[in-house]
Design a protein around this ligand. Structure first.
Ligand code: LMR
Length: 392
């Protein structure tokens, strides 16, 4: 049987991890996978997570199963963190193995409810979006998003393409901190997108993997809240990997907003899909998140540390834009300071990306996405000089 298998294409982001690990050069710089690192290159366990883990170890009395949907307290805390109050009667929700698990379950739900629906993705988007959709045999289409010349939003292209969306199609939007580009819609553009999708009768599906990494915890939820308030049905896949720094705990949530009269049926379908795919979602990370969000002191400490993380990435952005100005004697990389989140697509060629890796030991995704958090004050000038050296 297994001889029938063909090799699968390697994930372009994850394959960089091994390439970087095997590079013996001590000066190598990893700007690949989206993991936050402090100035020493460490991905720290956040203080509040450590404190919650200690408390959990002391107080946990059982590891028996939770519900198929996860702990209701986790789901409720996540709904409030993302949407604010007032959604209890509209929000069906399940805990999932990370944000990827939430995306997968959302797509499964779409397939179950509306097998013919096309899922629209921004061009570009996180490569795993089209990969999972293809794997599930669903229909997909792309809408323009990124202007390669300005490294900003191609808003006219976006509007033209979204005008092609059919009634009942699903449109995937990055709630904040667009991955891979770092270019984000402003509030007025979000309102226009909402108008277009309303006119088309489309269903918004929001991927929110970086809440708190862009303009702030509340600010980064603003567009998701706008969409939630305006549409009768919305899917939201959220991750705790980044903002709680609990990547390997696999902690995420899928929220499906619906009519209160339909909530119980939607909730039952979400639980059913969890059962089919993995039964019970992982609990450890979800429990830590719940403890943090329900405890005022832990929550305040977590928010303060998250804000430090965000401000550190912002200052690296400012510094990188300045160094690139100096190194290239131009302002063509000023967009780096205006982008938000972990990533920027800097817009150099794949050949230049390869040169950076081979000649300078600098690792980034082939489309020239850099992880800002992979830098520190010492490596920013090195990166800027190397980009200039390869003709970027
Ligand atoms: C990324 O885009 O680097 C992260 O979301 C990690 C991943 O799973 O690809």
């Amino acid at each position: 049987m297994l001889e029938a298998l063909n090799p699968q294409p390697q994930d372009k982001i994850l394959q960089l991890i091994a390439l970087y690990r095997d590079d013996p050069r001590p000066t190598k710089i990893d700007l690949g996978v989206g993991v936050y690192k402090d100035a020493t290159g460490l991905t720290p366990v956040m203080r509040a997570v450590k404190a919650a883990e200690k408390k959990l170890w002391e107080t946990e009395t059982t590891k028996t199963y939770t519900g198929l949907a996860g702990e209701p307290a986790f789901n409720a805390a996540m709904v409030t963190m993302i949407l604010g109050s007032g959604y209890a009667d509209r929000a069906a929700s399940v805990a999932t193995p990370g944000g990827t698990g939430a995306i997968r379950q959302a797509l499964e739900l779409i397939k179950l409810a509306s097998p013919g629906a096309t899922v629209w993705l921004s061009n570009p988007t996180w490569p795993n979006h089209p990969s999972i959709i293809k794997y599930l045999g669903m229909k997909m289409a792309e809408y323009r998003y990124f202007d390669a010349a300005t490294r900003g939003i191609d808003f006219n292209g976006l509007k033209t393409d979204l005008a092609q969306v059919a009634k009942g199609d699903v449109v995937l939007l990055h709630g904040c901190c667009h991955n891979p580009t770092g270019a984000n819609l402003d509030a007025a553009q979000w309102a226009e997108v909402a108008d277009i999708l309303t006119a088309k009768g489309a269903i918004p599906f929001i991927d929110l993997a970086y809440q708190g990494f862009g303009d702030g915890l509340e600010e980064d939820a603003a567009s998701t809240r706008l969409i939630a308030a305006r549409f009768p049905e919305v899917l939201i896949a959220a991750s705790c990997s980044k903002n709680f720094g609990i990547y390997r705990e696999r902690t995420g949530v899928l929220i499906a907003l619906t009519d209160p009269a339909r909530r119980a049926v939607v909730q039952g379908n979400l639980a059913y899909l969890n059962r089919q795919n993995f039964s019970f979602p992982p609990d450890h990370g979800a429990r830590l998140v719940t403890m943090i969000l329900e405890d005022e002191a832990l929550k305040a400490d977590w928010k303060a540390e998250l804000e430090d993380v965000r401000l550190n990435m912002l200052s690296l952005r400012t510094q990188l834009a300045e160094e690139l100005r100096r190194a290239t004697n131009s302002d063509r990389y000023d967009f780096v300071a205006h982008h938000r989140g972990m990533f920027s697509r800097i817009g150099i060629t794949e050949a230049q990306v390869n040169q950076l890796r081979e000649q300078h030991g600098i690792y980034m995704v082939g489309d020239s996405r850099i992880n800002i958090a992979g830098l520190n004050a010492g490596t920013v000038p090195i990166l800027a000089a190397a980009i200039a050296a390869v003709g970027g």
